[in-house]
Design a protein around this ligand. Structure first.
Ligand SMILES: [Zn+2]
Length: 226
């Protein structure tokens, strides 16, 4: 075969990851696995922990439970499919992490799917706000209250939904639930996060606490000011 010097094929463009300080040395597919917490493969390449979830906090990669999603490199924005599987077997636990570099077209499709999923999620959350506010206002059934509080914290705040509208109801339920219940802990988490956002929000929460008889001497009040 003779080489055609007149029409050389164009050199493929360098992809952004090839010059990236974080992910240029990642293979196209990384697989790391553990059996009973013992590493049974090559270790994770350095920098893998820097990848972040696309749509975080709607999705973020972690190794606490099985999860799959789209992650990206914060420097070059190359996308990777992240798949972590945790299996608890009679013979011991097995953990398997697979991180696969995506082609730009595939990455774009997946980004659009994440954007749509977030939009759908926010719509679902908004539609369920009134019923949960109603529960906090009217129900004194602890299980129902507990689910409503969890709705605002776990399904709302922790996944990037705005729950400021629920502050009066969340404070209003406090005098009706046990001070050491999990719901009280969850509400304290929410209020502390809001109080840390701005002095105005902190003042608003302190006023709400006062209005519900949880004045300056109350430990709850103190924990927000600390
Ligand atoms: Zn990179």
């Amino acid at each position: 075969m003779t080489e055609n010097h007149e029409n050389p094929s164009p050199k493929p463009l360098a992809e952004p990851y090839q010059t990236c300080s974080i992910c240029r040395n990642f293979p196209d597919r990384i697989r790391v696995f553990w059996k009973m917490n013992e590493l049974e493969s090559e270790p994770m390449p350095p920098g893998l922990g820097k990848l972040r979830g696309v749509g975080d906090p709607f999705y973020f990669p972690h190794m606490a439970t099985s999860n799959r999603g789209l992650v990206e490199c914060p420097e070059c924005h190359t996308c990777y499919d992240w798949k972590f599987e945790y299996d608890y077997l009679a013979t011991g636990s097995e953990d398997d992490l697979e991180v696969t570099r995506l082609r730009p077209e595939e990455a774009e499709k997946r980004r659009q799917a994440v954007a749509q999923a977030i939009k759908d999620y926010h719509a679902w959350f908004a539609a369920n706000i009134p019923a949960n506010l109603q529960t906090l206002r009217q129900s004194r059934d602890y299980n129902k209250v507990s689910l409503a509080v969890r709705f605002f914290l776990t399904e709302g705040m922790e996944r990037g939904c705005d729950i400021e509208c629920a502050l009066p109801e969340l404070v209003g339920i406090l005098p009706h639930i046990h001070p050491e219940s999990i719901s009280t802990v969850n509400i304290r988490t929410i209020l502390r996060k809001f109080a840390a956002k701005s002095p105005e929000l902190k003042q608003r929460i302190l006023t709400l606490l006062n209005d519900h008889g949880l004045g300056p001497e109350h430990p709850f009040h103190q924990s927000l000011l600390s």
